[in-house]
Design a protein around this ligand. Structure first.
Ligand code: 3NM
Length: 219
């Protein structure tokens, strides 16, 4: 069970979908990224049937087990349960985390996206395991992103949050340092690793940046 040591898995959080891997096989990207230092994977497929999503999630869970890397499913509680994934990540418009916890039980990780003070204040009271704070920078990956926070907005929310946290949205090797320096527990990326032609190198560089600038491992 990964839930009770969630913070160990947050430092380099890869959010992946097949389309973002472009001409590369998703499992090739996963393997390279993990070898480069990715600590946790979220599978985020928006245009896929439920049946196909479950099949892909089972394959991904199986694959990640070899590396002892947890799998979190985006949005779909049913897919997370059917595939025996380690957790589920929900947004502000998805099923409320209180119901999510009732459905998934005590073993699964629950992540929640937050973008403002209201979200953070509510998140502090919930039985969730981490928050995703974003978008920190402008991103083309998410349709209808919430307002961009920039590192100063991220810092402001970090002062209020009482849960482990990852920053997300437009994070790459160029801006990694200023994000890590905010004291967030992890950084989450899609493009910086999936779209890179060398996902191993991309992950490795991000991991070096994280280690160098000392991500907080405890709050
Ligand atoms: N969630 P990239 S931003 C999946 O703000 C996701 O909650 C966000 O992709 C949020 O690293 C985002 O390519 C997309 O910018 C992150």
């Amino acid at each position: 069970m990964y839930r009770n040591k969630i913070k160990e898995y947050l430092p380099l959080y890869l959010v992946i979908d097949r389309a973002s891997c472009q001409n590369k096989d998703m499992f090739f990207v996963l393997e390279q990224a993990i070898k480069g230092g990715v600590t946790l994977v979220q599978l985020r497929e928006k245009e896929i049937s439920a049946r196909e999503f479950v099949e892909l999630a089972i394959k991904t869970k199986d694959f990640l087990s070899k590396f002892n890397v947890p799998l979190i499913i985006n949005d779909r509680i049913d897919v997370a349960l059917a595939s025996n994934a380690d957790g589920v990540h929900v947004g502000q418009e998805d099923i409320h985390p209180n119901y999510v916890r009732e459905i998934v039980g005590d073993d699964l990780i629950i992540g929640l996206s937050v973008n403002n003070e209201e979200h953070v204040k509510e998140a502090n009271k919930l039985d969730i395991d981490y928050v995703g704070i974003g978008p920190v920078f402008k991103t083309m990956t998410k349709k209808d992103p919430k307002p961009t926070l920039y590192p100063h907005g991220l810092k402001r929310l970090l002062k209020l949050i009482q849960k482990p946290s990852v920053a997300i949205g437009g994070i790459n090797i160029e801006n990694c340092k200023e994000v890590v320096k905010t004291g967030v527990n992890g950084i989450a990326v899609v493009s910086a690793i999936c779209k890179h032609n060398d996902p191993f190198l991309a992950a490795k560089k991000l991991k070096i940046c994280i280690n160098h600038h000392h991500l907080k491992l405890s709050i």
